[in-house]
Design a protein around this ligand. Sequence first.
Ligand code: HEC
Ligand code: HEC
Length: 290
Amino acid sequence: MPLARRLLALALVALPLAAAEADPKRIAFPDGYEKTWLPYAVHNRPDNGQVRHLFANPVAVDAAKEGKPMPHGAILMMEVYKAKTDAANQPVAGSDGLWEKGDVVFYGVMQTGPGWGEEHPTEIRNGDWNYATFGPGRTHNPQMVEKPCLECHKALPEAQYVFSWDELVSKVKGVPRIDAEPVRVGLAGDVDRGKTLFQRCTNCHTTDTAVRAKVGPGLFGVAGRQVASAQGFAYSASLKSLAAQPWSDERLERWLAGPRVMATDTKMVFPGFTKAQDRADVIAYLKTLK
Ligand code: HEC
Ligand code: HEC
């Protein structure tokens, strides 16, 4: 084969690989977002000692208010800081339990645009979202690889690929009321499907044996554990009032059908699963955490 044709053939083989990466420069750093965007959530991350502040631009806020899918032009910003630490190297928390900010580690941005998802293979495409990271100096991180961002966020199609979707919606219009199917204890659950659905819980809950708190208490061993019993977690008064009882299947079902129905002042920002099967699947997964 002549050299030119061989090169062409090579380029064609290389193309699908390169296609997993959108143009990293497509997302510009959103200068001035601190002044005009909605700060809608803060997450302590005990797994890596970070504290993360989340912001939504007006396009995203308007869509969340109207309960519409995120239109093109929606942008979400995640500021990632090292938590400030004390002499014993423990994070310093304010009166609200949120950690104080130390140095910026990086900025993560997700943005949608017309046709922006087209270069991503279907298995990892997140609608028209693209992802970018910026260093502390607010310039593009040239080493960033977009594929892991797409793969992880891909788990949340019902939440528009946004982990903090429920927090954004509840910030702009209160925790939505859902019309949940009645509790059906004893419905067989699918652990694998439950694990996928549980992605919606991972921004707030850890599952490892250390039972570390994030926004919510660690969930290792939660099935059968006494309600509101994770060491050192500041539970809401209404969940604490149920603390004499264990998390039975029935209680977990009621919780996942509507946390706010079961504990009126709960701090868990999650509307609930409408479908009894979704709840059964998540409970089956929770039972494996032991
Ligand atoms: C291992 C899974 C995982 C990967 C990989 C990942 N994220 Fe996320 N992302 C999360 C979780 C969980 C949150 C919720 C915020 C938190 O608690 O840290 C989040 C939140 C975000 C948010 C705020 C909006 C939202 O979805 O809640 C942005 C923006 C974001 N990530 C950008 C990125 C970028 C850019 C990359 C790739 C460099 C990336 N993420 C890779 C799990 C992941
Ligand atoms: C936005 C953060 C957030 C999300 C998302 C979230 N939780 Fe929670 N969760 C909390 C908080 C905060 C509490 C403590 C509630 C209280 O004190 O009223 C909690 C409590 C719980 C408890 C009771 C634990 C105990 O120790 O008694 C269970 C079980 C639970 N969550 C399961 C889930 C599952 C399953 C999901 C996903 C479907 C989920 N949570 C999503 C924040 C969250």
